[in-house]
Each structure stands twice: as C-alpha cells, then as structure tokens.
Design a protein around this ligand. Sequence first.
Ligand code: NAD
Length: 449
Amino acid sequence: MQIVVVGTGYVGLVTGACFAEMGNRVVCVDVDAAKIARLRGGEIPIHEPQLEELVRRGLAEERLSFTVSLAEAIASIPKGDAPMLLFIAVGTPPGEDGSADLRHVLSVAREIGRTIDRPFAVIDKSTVPVGTAARVQETIAAELGARGVSVDFRVISNPEFLKEGAAIEDFMRPDRVIVGCRDAVGVGLMRELYEPFVRRHDRVMVMGVEEAEMCKYAANAMLATKISFINEIATLCDRLGVDVEQVREGIGADSRIGYSFIYPGVGYGGSCFPKDVKALVHMAESNGVTPHVLAAVERRNAAQKSFLVEKIKAHFGPDLDGLVFAVWGLAFKPGTDDLREAPARVIIDGITAAGGRVRAYDPVAMENAKAEFPAAWFAGGSLVLAPTAHDALDGADALVVVTEWKMFRAPDLPELERRMRRRIVFDGRNQYSPDKLRKAGFTYYGVGR
Ligand code: NAD
C-alpha cells in the first residue's frame, strides 16, 4: 500500500519503519530538517531497540524514504487504484490549560487539503481528544473546497498503544488494533494494512471514531491510576512500617487485579501519561464533569516524584550543602532515552535546590540530559554526568536509584563500598533486598518498605 507518515518521532518513525518492513512503500515527513537529514543517512535520532535495523533495511530496499515536504511526499507516490493512506503522527503537547494542543495536527490537515489531488484516507495516530477526527475532516474539506477540488476521502482514528523501549515489538505484535471508522471502504483499507500484523488471530477492533479516540485516553488514564494507587498504598505502608512489596504480591495474585502496573516507585513520567491525564481532566471539566479520580491520580503522582527527596532530607536534614548524590537512571523508564516529565528531573532539582551535588548516569539518556538540565549546573559542578554507573559513585554520600534499568539490578556491593563516601542507598524502584543491603552494612531506604 502507498503510505505517507507525517511526524517522525517515537510513534511516526516506528509506524513508518514497521509498515515498510511488511512490504509497503512508505514516505515519512517531518518539519525538522536536521532529523530528516540524519534519517536519510540511516541514523536514528532516538533510542529504540531494533529500529535502526528496520530503517536501514527500508532505506536500502527503497521501501522507506524521508522528506521535509508533505507535497513532495504525496507527489512522489504514483497515482494508483487504492486511496493513499496519510498517517498523522505529530506531537499533541499539553496546552496552557492542560488540553491537548492540536496546532500540529490541524496544520498537517490544512497542508493535506492544500496539496492532495486524489482519493485518500487520513489516519489519526496522534493521541487526540474526542471530536478531533471531525475537526480534521472539516479542515481538509474547507481547503479542498477553496481549491475547487473534489476527491473522495475519509478520516479514521487509529490510536497507537506502543511502549517506548519495546515499540517495535508492540507495533509488530499489537494486543489490539483499534480502528475508529464508520464506512466500509475505510475499514477495508485498515484491515488490509494491518492483516500482516494480526495473522495469529484477528485483533482489529472496529468502532466509532469518537470511541476510538476515547479508548486511548481511557487506557493511559487507567494505567496512570494503577500507578498512583499503589504509590498511595506504598506511602501509607511507609508510615505504618509495612512492606508494600509483600502487599503488592498479595494483591497482584488476585486475577481481577493482576501484577502489571502496580510497582511502587517515584511516579510516572514520559510524554504520554502526564499529558494524557491532563487532557482527559480538561475534557471532563469542559464538558461539565468533575474528574474526581483523575485529579487525585495527578496529585498523588506530583507528590510521589518528591518522595525520595523527602526521604533524603529526613536522613540528612534539609540542608544538603557539601553532600554528593550518585543518581542512577535519568530516563522516565528503562529502555528509552526520553526524559520528558521524568521523575529524575524533580529529584535532581530537589537535591540541587537544597545545596547537594549530583553525579548522574544513565545508559542511553546522557545526550538528552545535556540539553535537559541548565548549563549553569554543569558549569558550576552541581551536576556531573558520569561516564559509567560506577564513576557516578565516586565520593558519593548516597546512591539514589531512579530508573530501573536491568544493569542496576544486581549492584557490585564491594565496588559501591569502595567508591562511596558513605553506604546509603535510596531505592526509588524497590529493586534491592533491604535485608541483603543492611547485612552488607548499607543504610537502605525504599518506597513503602
Ligand atoms: P515526538 O515529539 O517524538 O514526535 C513528533 C514529531 O512530529 C516531531 O519530530 C516533530 O518535528 C514532528 N512534527 C510536528 N509538526 C509537524 C508538521 N506540521 N509536519 C511534520 N512533522 C511535524 O512525538 P511522539 O512521542 O512520537 O508522539 C506523537 C503522538 O503520538 C502524540 O500525540 C503522542 O501522544 C502519541 N503517542 C505517543 C507514544 C509514545 O510512547 N511516545 C505512544 C502512543 C501515542
């Protein structure tokens, strides 16, 4: 099939690479010229396992190409019998009031309407509020009308559920493919496109456009709710001297609850949960519904990001002047270099604001960290990016584990002892056995233990 994907971020690039891998001809478009130049050379601007291999193969076999011009992308595809598929996968960041900012989505819609000259389907892959497909439809129709062009087209909602760090795997073997579309032609196109991804059994779920749009928000809000719920229980366990890890296992065994997304920690981050919960809160409020649950989920998460800083201050006192903290893990979760809304940001801010210094290490997010934190911190020495996890420990008064990368799971305790000034561990992911660490002479703090 002939596909254009607009936006080459985590979602757009993975979408384009996976469709090309299945034999489709895909042109990816992005306004970021530097990104497109790197992609043309087979260089991947983000960390995502297997992505580089797919992109390079797609380029070499000429199924995948990149351009900064949507008009050029459309023109490069020969006119055929089947409608062209145009995926919108641009960012939908939070606006000032928390609502999803649709500026990029609608600007792509306008550009499509100003350019296209043949039958097509627009597929919204970006996470967008209920009613957006209708707005995209109207925007395109207005532009086509202004040009006096009459072509058959439809707008389909196809939200994306991939996880950063396992994006290719998720895209290639989706739990479900949600298709929000009311006409048979659109549904037929989407079934044909996704058939190679759902060969074992049909996982395409067809529903209304608005229902599909809501599915994405409801799914992310549910996952964020599970995280905030267990974090609240963990905070209470902490006060009561109860080990939340035993509680987690005890409740996870109930098949109605399950084990996933009930790991206590330092709060959720990333480019999706925080903004999507905010957007859903906004959607509720602007439709006269009080979002009791969602507001609480957000409040707990904001509090949770400061949990370790409070533990640190409870141990050392409010003034951290002269103290050095090794921080392991900066990305908002393992497997990605994404620092958007990462708890590490709040924790490092909290330590430096109290006068402490930080030596941080992350296996893949170091480049992004250079851009994320103020240059003055690096220049003034309050934040150092260490070349290895062990180097980060040098002279540290405590180790603070923020992201649960596998490489941090079984630390070399004698090496910690040798490098650190004091043996204190703040374990933001409950990765370690408190008994084992205490036996080795460490002071251990977890979340709710
Ligand atoms: P991103 O910020 O990584 O990438 C967005 C890309 O769109 C950028 O490269 C930007 O330059 C490009 N862009 C912006 N305006 C453009 C335009 N007018 N024309 C062409 N390109 C343009 O975003 P992302 O993480 O890939 O997310 C994209 C959408 O998918 C969002 O709505 C997000 O909520 C949703 N989503 C993200 C994930 C995830 O894990 N990241 C998962 C599911 C859904």
